[in-house]
Design a binder for this molecule. Structure first.
Ligand code: KE4
Length: 430
C-alpha cells in the first residue's frame, strides 16, 4: 500500500503542529507508523492523499452516523453558508435544535449549545458545583470526558493510549477535588459517598464506555449509581457525547431507563461540525447565566453552520422509520461475523458491543467489564491487527482503547469484506 504522500505530509505537519496532529489519538503513536492524511470521504468510505480507499469504522470518532457527505447535510450547509456563517446573536435554528434535543431526550428540559464535548462536560461540572455549592466530583478510571482539568485524572481515550492518564499541568488543588471510582464496581462509589458525606457535587460517567473500549454497565451498577446520587443530593451527569443518539434515539439513558440530572452531548449533534451541548433539569439549568450566577459563554455557540448540519442529522435520526433497528442490524451482522472468525480460529479475544458501537479486545480474559480487564489487552497485537486491516482497506481506530462505529451507510458488502479481512488478519496473527 503506497502511503508516500501521507509520509511527506506528516513530515511537513510536524514542523508547526505539535506531533503533527490537532488531536493526539490521531497520531498513530500506539499502533506505529505515520497517520494517514485524508483528502475526502463519502458514505462508508474515506480516501487518503495517496488515493487509498478504506471502509471507515472511526466515523470521525462517532459523529458520522449517517455516513460521510450525506446529501441532506451537504445541501443544508450549502444553503446556510449563503446567509452568513456566524452572527453572535440568537437564530431560529438554535431554538429548533433545543426543542428537538428536548423531544428526543426527555430528561433534558433545557439545553445550552457549546462547541465541543469538552466544553459540555466542563460546563456541566461547573454548573453542578454552582447548583449544589459543593466541590468534589466522582469520575471512573478509564472514562474520558474531554480535556478539562478535572477530568484528566486516570482518563481514557488518547490520554490512556499515550500513557498519560494523569496529565501534567493539572494542579494538585484541582486533582484533589476529583475522586476516582472503578467502573462496574458500585461499592467503590458507595465508599466515596460514605467518606465524603454532603461534599460531592457530581458524579460523571460514560453510561456505556467508549474511551477504554466499549463496556456495558451492569444493571446493579447503573441503578445503584442513580440511587446513590439521589440519596446524597449529588448531580448525576451522563456523559453521552459518544452514546447520545448512537446506542438508541434517546441515548444510553433510554436504553437503560435511567434518568440523569444532566446530560452532555457532542459528536452526532454536530453532524461533523464542532458542536457540544449540555442540558437537563430546568431547576439546575436555570442557574446558568444570564438567568443565574453560574457563568459559561461561547463566541460560536449555536452557530448557523453547526446548527444546520446538526439539525439535519438529528431530524433524519428522529424521522426515519426503524433507523436504529436497521443500524443495529448492521452492527450485529458485523460483530457476529467477527465472533465467528474468533470461534473458527480459536483466537483468544473478547468483543463488546452496545448498539452500533463495539470493541475487539485482544485479551485472554473471558470478559471485559472494567478497567483492570482492559489493562490485560495486548496493545502490540492490536497494532499488528490494525495495520493488517489498513493493508486490506479497513480503517479502524488507531488504538485498542477506543470504540468502533458503523454508520447507516455501511453496506452488507462493506461488512462482509471487513469480516473476511479480519479473518485473514487473525489467521496471520495466530
Ligand atoms: P471533544 O472535546 O473531543 O468534542 O469531546 C470530548 C469527549 C467527551 N466525552 C466523551 C464520552 C468522549 O468520547 C469525548 C471525545 N472522544 C474522543 C474519542 N474517544 C475524541 C477523539 C479525540 O480526542 O480526537
Amino acid at each position: 500500500m503506497n502511503t508516500q504522500n501521507s509520509k511527506a505530509a506528516f513530515a511537513e505537519a510536524i514542523k508547526h503542529i505539535p506531533g503533527g496532529v490537532n488531536s493526539p489519538v490521531r497520531a498513530f503513536n500506539s499502533v506505529g507508523g505515520n497517520p494517514l492524511f485524508i483528502k475526502s470521504a463519502s458514505g462508508s468510505k474515506i480516501t487518503d492523499i495517496d488515493d487509498n480507499e478504506y471502509i471507515d469504522y472511526v466515523g470521525s470518532w462517532g459523529p458520522m452516523i449517517l455516513g460521510h457527505t450525506h446529501p441532506a447535510v451537504v445541501e443544508a450547509l450549502n444553503q446556510t453558508v449563503l446567509n452568513g456563517t456566524s452572527f453572535g446573536a440568537p437564530t431560529l435554528m438554535e431554538t429548533e435544535m433545543a426543542n428537538l434535543i428536548c423531544e428526543m431526550v426527555p430528561s433534558i428540559e433545557s439545553v445550552r449549545m457549546v462547541n465541543s464535548g469538552t466544553e459540555a462536560t466542563m460546563s456541566a461540572l461547573r454548573l453542578a458545583r454552582g447548583y449544589t455549592k459543593r466541590d468534589l466530583v466522582i469520575k471512573f478510571e478509564g472514562c474520558y470526558h474531554g480535556h478539562g482539568d478535572s477530568f484528566l485524572i486516570k482518563a481514557g481515550s488518547g490520554a490512556l493510549t499515550l500513557g498519560t492518564p494523569n496529565s501534567p499541568g493539572v494542579t494538585k488543588g484541582t486533582a484533589s477535588d476529583t475522586l476516582m471510582a472503578s467502573y462496574n464496581d458500585l461499592d467503590s462509589v458507595l465508599d466515596l459517598f460514605t467518606k465524603y458525606p454532603n461534599q460531592i457535587a457530581a458524579l460523571i460517567l460514560e453510561p456505556v464506555t467508549g474511551n477504554m473500549g466499549v463496556i456495558r454497565p451492569s444493571d446493579e451498577f447503573i441503578k445503584g449509581i442513580r440511587k446513590a446520587c439521589t440519596d446524597n443530593g449529588t448531580v448525576l451527569i451522563f456523559d453521552e457525547v459518544m452514546t447520545g443518539f448512537r446506542v438508541a434515539k434517546g441515548g444510553a439513558q433510554e436504553l437503560f431507563g435511567i434518568t440523569p440530572d444532566l446530560t452532555t452531548l457532542g459528536k452526532i449533534i454536530g453532524g461533523g461540525l464542532p458542536v457540544g451541548a449540555y442540558g437537563g433539569k430546568k431547576e439546575i439549568m436555570d442557574c446558568l447565566a444570564p438567568n443565574g450566577p453560574v457563568y459559561q459563554a461561547g463566541t460560536l455557540s449555536g452557530n448557523p453552520m453547526a446548527m444546520a448540519a446538526g439539525l439535519t442529522t438529528l431530524r433524519i435520526l428522529n424521522e426515519t422509520p426503524d433507523f436504529y433497528a436497521k443500524l443495529e442490524e448492521k452492527a450485529n451482522f458485523y460483530v457476529q461475523g467477527l465472533q465467528s472468525n474468533l470461534d473458527k480460529l480459536g483466537f483468544p479475544a473478547v468483543i463488546n458491543q452496545v448498539g452500533a458501537m463495539f470493541t475487539l479486545f485482544f485479551t485472554k480474559e473471558k470478559e471485559v467489564k472494567n478497567f483492570s480487564d482492559v489493562m490485560t489487552c495486548d496493545t502490540e497485537l492490536y497494532a499488528k491487527y490494525f495495520k493488517l486491516g489498513l493493508e486490506a482497506g479497513i480503517y479502524a481506530a488507531p488504538s485498542q482503547f477506543e470504540a468502533g462505529f458503523v454508520s447507516i451507510a455501511h453496506s452488507e458488502a462493506d461488512l462482509q469484506k471487513t469480516i473476511e479481512a479480519s479473518f485473514d488478519a487473525l489467521k496471520q496473527l495466530q
